[in-house]
Ligand binder design. Structure first.
Ligand code: BGC
Length: 380
């Protein structure tokens, strides 16, 4: 995936906004700010009068939020926070989750369009399978914001809000290496590698980020991947399913570690981390150093207890707040805010609003969660 940090942030953002406006059908025209009696964007497509470039929309507008599933804590938090906070901000939210099923998500988005949503926020089940429904949204004048995951191979996306995904992988690998040095004595270290769900564009990015740190040490022999499985396709976990990860870990241990100790496991999120730790315990192994992601409550407790070495915090609250800020900007007729980052999604360069993920170990947990009372109280 091509990713370019652009130096001239304002210029580029302005160009990007102009590009989106240019191909946005009903969003073309002058730049008059919206008023509450601005006709709905969907109704403007056939009128002769110039529409506002970003026509804005009325108070109480419907906002759709389509999440991929509720299988990890971050998505459940997102469901709750969007429902509450969009309401508090004066919108009419429709928040749904798609149970990892692409067709279900396509149908949910279609019905959000039919219900007159002005913005649809999408965490895709499969980053590349929403092309046609999102083109439909775009043609209807609906803004589409990718949430937590990139939306690929479509022009029907206006921007994406997410934590740096390659950076997340780098942090996971750095924590794994620090943990190995701290807990597992002299090198070389025996490790295994896990990736997330292959349909999720974050998963290969997490893995690429991690491998940028691990591969040189594998090449020099400091790290030994005993199974020899180092390709993303071999290491991926279909649907981010913890049970599938545990089965793979069981098989790796049975096939490769009968007479060896496993020192570490690269894990892409907390659910998979706990599954791998459990498999190691079941196999009578000493607990290896394991990375994670999401700062799920159970894993925060495991980190505090010394059972899981690290996780990475990517607070849902911050991501939801950033998304609602963008929705407010669209509502007020100000278009997509400027940003420094854009990513090519296979068809267009997409504006990316990137937040920084933070690694968490027992050592810094109290500091990281100083302003998160619900996680702070797990640390005792
Ligand atoms: C999210 C993670 C989550 C995973 C599985 C990823 O796209 O970034 O927070 O653990 O999906 O739901």
């Amino acid at each position: 995936m091509k990713k370019r940090k652009l130096l001239s942030m304002l210029m580029v953002a302005t160009m990007m906004v102009a590009t989106f406006a240019g191909c946005g059908g009903s969003r073309e025209g002058n730049t008059e700010p919206a008023t509450t009696d601005t006709p709905a964007a969907t109704e403007e497509t056939t009128t002769e009068a110039p529409a506002a470039e970003y026509p804005g929309f009325e108070d109480g507008a419907t906002i759709g939020v389509s999440l991929p599933w509720l299988g990890t804590q971050n998505w459940k938090e997102a469901e709750e926070m969007f429902t509450e906070q969009l309401k508090d901000a004066g919108y009419n939210p429709i928040v749904q989750a798609a149970d990892q099923k692409v067709t279900q998500q396509q149908q949910q988005i279609e019905s959000m369009i039919e219900n007159g949503a002005k913005v649809i926020v999408v965490g895709p089940v499969d980053g590349s399978q929403l092309g046609s429904v999102l083109e439909q949204a775009k043609a209807a004048g609906v803004y589409v914001i990718g949430y937590d995951r990139l939306i690929e191979n479509t022009t029907g996306v206006d921007g994406v809000v997410q934590f740096g995904s390659v950076k997340t992988g780098e942090l996971q690998a750095e924590a794994l290496l620090a943990g190995l040095q701290e807990k597992k004595g002299d090198k070389p270290y025996n490790i295994e590698l896990f990736g997330g769900g292959p349909a999720d564009p974050n998963a290969p990015n997490f893995f690429t980020g991690a491998m940028s740190k691990l591969q040189p040490l594998i090449d020099e022999g400091t790290l030994v991947v005993v199974s020899g499985q180092t390709d993303f396709t071999q290491c991926a976990t279909p649907d981010w399913d913890n049970a599938k990860a545990q089965q793979r870990m069981d098989a790796l241990l049975a096939g490769n570690y009968a007479d060896k100790e496993i020192d570490g496991v690269l894990c892409p999120n907390d659910g998979i981390a706990r599954a791998c730790i459990t498999a190691c315990e079941n196999a009578g192994q000493e607990i290896p150093v394991v990375s994670g992601l999401d700062a799920e409550n159970e894993s925060v407790e495991w980190v505090w207890a010394g059972k899981q070495y690290s996780t990475v915090a990517k607070p849902t609250e911050a991501l939801v707040a950033e998304t609602i800020e963008i929705i407010d900007s669209l509502k007020n007729g100000n278009g997509m805010p400027a940003t420094q980052v854009n990513v090519n999604n296979g068809q267009i360069d997409v504006l990316v609003y990137e937040l920084p993920p933070v690694v968490v170990t027992k050592e810094n947990a109290k500091e990281v969660f100083a302003n998160d009372p619900s996680r702070l109280k797990l640390l005792q």
